[in-house]
Design a protein around this ligand. Structure first.
Ligand code: HGY
Ligand code: MN
Ligand code: MN
Length: 413
């Protein structure tokens, strides 16, 4: 890698949408658009073929081998509101550097072409449309799903906003995707395991499953002074009890659960709320644990109904690629450990279609989705070196020879 070039490009991308209290590159905003345009400019300056596809994904292409599929490296540029300086953008800058380093000095023999991707709308902040770009690339979006992405109030739809950025169902459904042999993503861990262990490289074996949605609690709007306590039907109290119960249930199950939003109506200090809506997000590397936790929680509600529910199953990653990553770390003289990913990533979508690897570096104190998110520069550079090394090995090998045998194969018949 060229460390100077990596830091220059990384810093350049990081500054877009940066405010005093954190990063604001929320998908489908001007800042997000600016970040994607800046990446395109960087790709063009470096002489790579760069373009935006019909789903808003940015691609950078290096294709020295005729008729070969691509090793694709990437992540996302969008952030949560008040987000950190590393989530996503680090992986994109690392992918850019690894691709440029291979372009400068190609692996030998070279069996695969190389590409970078910055997936659109990974976070799903505005329209509950997370992992949008990777889902589009893998053909997992239908017209119905696309038309149904909406904000929490149910009044703003992605299908109305996206055309301002040149994206329509027509463009999403006609993506001309390059042939992909393997997908690699480098990301900050966003949790405390590597930082606590003092181990610089995480080789991810499974990406946690996730259930997300909203619960609406209904009560009776009434007067805050005159309504005796036993006669109240307080929607906000029902919601508050549900928030506490989620915490207890996932704690017992060994899963994680979050209520990140709570809205009460009509929202006046002297009025008992007749409606309260909470968001929820429940995760576990075990789908059984997650499903039981969600079921038990829903059964514990009083006056609540579920809406806008969606889930992603946990995704195991490809063992042969985990081995290549571990070897790359060892070649760089770095300790590595196998870890699950408790955050979701575009890698979990890509892994359903192509062999996929996910590499982590430590996040200081495991803080992420916050302005305090930080990874040491040395760890960043080590991560890029492991990504580049892994990419070199995979580009110089014939992946088809590494296909793992299915459960039934290899047992004799
Ligand atoms: O929510 C997630 O796990 C990811 O950071 N989008
Ligand atoms: Mn994130
Ligand atoms: Mn991310």
């Amino acid at each position: 890698m060229n460390a100077t070039r990596f830091w220059a490009n990384f810093r350049h991308l990081q500054t877009i949408g940066k405010r005093k209290d954190g990063a604001y590159r929320v998908a489908w905003t001007e800042e997000d658009q600016m970040a994607r345009q800046t990446l395109l400019d960087l790709l063009h300056q470096e002489g790579l073929h760069g373009y935006q596809d019909g789903a808003g994904n940015i691609w950078g292409i290096w294709s020295p081998v005729d008729n070969a599929p691509y090793l694709v490296m990437g992540s996302h540029l969008d952030s949560v509101p008040r987000g950190g300086d590393f989530d996503g953008v680090f992986g994109v800058a690392a992918a850019l550097e690894s691709l440029l380093a291979m372009r400068d000095k190609a692996p030998e023999p070279l069996c695969l072409n190389g590409a970078l991707v910055a997936f659109a709308d990974e976070e799903g902040v505005g329209f509950n449309s997370g992992l949008f770009g990777s889902r589009a690339v893998c053909g997992f979006l239908t017209r119905e799903i696309f038309n149904n992405f909406h904000d929490d109030s149910g009044t703003r739809y992605l299908a109305e906003t996206a055309p301002r950025f040149g994206i329509t169902w027509e463009s999403v459904s006609h993506l001309d995707v390059i042939p992909i042999a393997v997908y690699l993503e480098l990301h900050v861990e966003q949790g405390p395991n590597l930082d606590r262990s003092g181990i610089p490289v995480g080789v991810v074996n499974v990406i946690t499953g996730r259930s997300q949605g909203f619960a609406r609690f209904v009560g009776q709007q009434n007067h805050a002074g005159t309504t005796p306590m036993p006669l109240r039907e307080d929607a906000l109290l029902y919601a508050a009890n549900a928030v506490v119960r989620l915490n207890q249930i996932v704690g017992r199950a060994g899963a994680v659960g979050t209520v990140g939003q709570l809205k009460a109506m009509p929202g006046s200090p002297n009025v008992i709320a007749d409606s309260a809506v909470v968001s929820f997000d429940v995760r576990s590397p075990s789908d059984t644990v997650r499903n039981i936790a969600v079921r038990d929680w829903v059964n514990s509600w009083h006056g609540g109904t579920l809406f806008a529910y969606h889930e992603e199953a946990a995704v195991p990653l490809y063992p042969a690629i985990q081995d290549v990553i571990a070897r790359a770390a060892s070649k760089e003289g770095l300790k590595a450990m196998t870890v699950p990913s408790w955050a979701v990533h575009d890698a979990m979508i890509m892994a359903k279609k192509v062999p996929t690897g996910l590499i982590f570096i430590p996040s200081v104190q495991g803080i992420s989705h916050a302005a305090e998110e930080f990874s040491h520069p040395q760890h960043c550079e080590e991560g890029v070196r492991v990504l580049e090394d892994t990419a070199r090995s995979l580009c110089a090998s014939d992946l088809r020879r590494q296909e793992p045998k299915s459960e039934d194969e290899g047992k004799g018949s």
